[in-house]
Design a protein around this ligand. Sequence first.
Ligand code: HEC
Ligand SMILES: [Cu+2]
Length: 347
Amino acid sequence: MTDEPGREPEQRLPARRPPSEPLPVERFSAPPTAHAFELTPERAAGIVRQSASARWVGLLASIVVILFIVIYYFYELGAPLGLSTARLDQQKDVQQVTAIERGYNLYQANCANCHGKQGQGGIGPVLNDDSKLYLHLSPSYLRTVLTVGGRYVCGNAKSLMPIWSNAGSPPGPLNYVQINELIAFIRSDSGREYEVRDPELNEPIIDPATGKAETFPGWYDKDWKPSPDATPVPACYLGDGAGNGGTATPPPDAPVLEVAAMGIAYDVKELEASANTTFVIHFENKDDSIPHDVDIRLSDGTVVVDSPLVTTIGDANYVIDGLDPGTYTFICSVHPIPAMTGTLTVK
Ligand code: HEC
Ligand SMILES: [Cu+2]
């Protein structure tokens, strides 16, 4: 509505009515029963019934409130006997899983070409190994190696492994969060499967053949304990004998077994030796800049012979004093993978 300027806006009050005759006042009267004070038995019973049901309502309401408090308490803090986990812990777990799944993608993009898709080793040493994850590859050690670079591992100034963290000098390509995600992935629970996620969309990658999300297992077995007589993992993966292979001169008449390594694989799977007789393993490394060796272990992992590494193309004679009869494993300590594992039978 538009008001013309200068004019008072119309007052919208109810229109006045002419005063009317006062209404005749009606008077009510109650029947005499309403004035009676005594209760009939039926009414008395009715009142008792009413108040009883009011108490019931009150009781039920209290029960509902108490149940709510109890249920909410357990919902927040977790039910007893491990029936459910606390909501806060659930949230933490979700965040941890997210970090691991991102760490997986970072690892595949930056590390897998040297350390292997499953961390089995390659140009770089094995990472996915119980005995290494147990103490050696601790979160703080991983952080240091990724900040200082590969030279921290064995003091090799020309290490192939660059600095990864942008906190290093010179700064690497990965930020603090990404380093944490890598560490979370390397130390992820080996008893669990995690989803492979598209790095860009952050959605699970569905395998068209099965219709299921692709998964990967964690690496770190929290329950793993080294056997009591196991040798601890050396600080430097090249071991104490870091060098260029065996130096011992074999006795002239000792039998010689030939083993070669190429493409991170041995060329033989089976070796045979006579019991209690000194023999020689002539080992030839054909992989440029990839260290290998031939250690001899029992089936439970106990090291019987710890041979020095041949760190690049070259060869070595490992002289082995007579062994007891039995079946042994010969294995590369840098790459304890099936391709670098074989059986030595001593008869
Ligand atoms: C160019 C190859 C290369 C790439 C890529 C690479 N590394 Fe390495 N890494 C090495 C080498 C070689 C060593 C051994 C250090 C040395 O003596 O030079 C090593 C050592 C390590 C070690 C120490 C292992 C031990 O036994 O102490 C860790 C941990 C490691 N790398 C993690 C990573 C992670 C995580 C990434 C990805 C962000 C990565 N590396 C990428 C080559 C590589
Ligand atoms: Cu090897």
